[in-house]
Design a protein around this ligand. Structure first.
Ligand SMILES: [Zn+2]
Ligand SMILES: [Zn+2]
Length: 147
């Protein structure tokens, strides 16, 4: 399910906030248009095509704010952040060969892990969201191995 969150962005104000709004809109549009879970650098490369004055630092700042406010998801993988426009609960399939991340919608695995995991968490921890990452080899990389 694709929910376009952009309608919830604040109206463009005639001050510095306006620039941020445009930048965030561009970031959001890009993240919603891809399923590649890009890095901040990739978001920067894409957004700077239409907003050449934007800096990587600004993209980082916006991405982090958007992740904190729940507009997007930030995934930490092997010491690197990847960003996801899909905020609905879903798992990820990570190819350890090419670094590709695929979305896994509500799979049985995901449901089973969630049900079991939420019942008994150590240290009085209360769960807000469960994210499952399954590591392995994607279809393309699997083919290469066999060839
Ligand atoms: Zn792969
Ligand atoms: Zn995802």
């Amino acid at each position: 399910m694709v929910i376009n969150k952009s309608a919830e962005l604040p109206d463009c104000a005639p001050d510095a906030g306006c620039r941020n709004t445009v930048q965030r809109q561009k970031i959001m549009d890009y993240l919603m248009s891809v399923q590649s879970h890009p890095t901040a650098e990739e978001v920067y490369r894409e957004v700077s095509k239409t907003l050449p004055q934007v800096s990587l630092a600004t993209i980082y700042r916006n991405l982090n704010r958007m992740a904190e406010s729940g507009q997007i998801r930030r995934i930490s993988l092997h010491g690197e952040y990847r960003f996801d426009g899909q905020v609905g609960e879903h798992g990820h399939l990570l190819c350890t060969r090419c670094g590709k991340i695929l979305d896994a919608q509500q799979t049985q695995v995901h449901g089973a892990v969630r049900d079991r995991a939420l019942r008994k968490l150590p240290c009085g921890f209360s769960a807000k969201r469960v994210s499952v990452t399954i590591e392995g080899t994607c279809k393309d990389c699997g083919k290469q191995v066999k060839a």
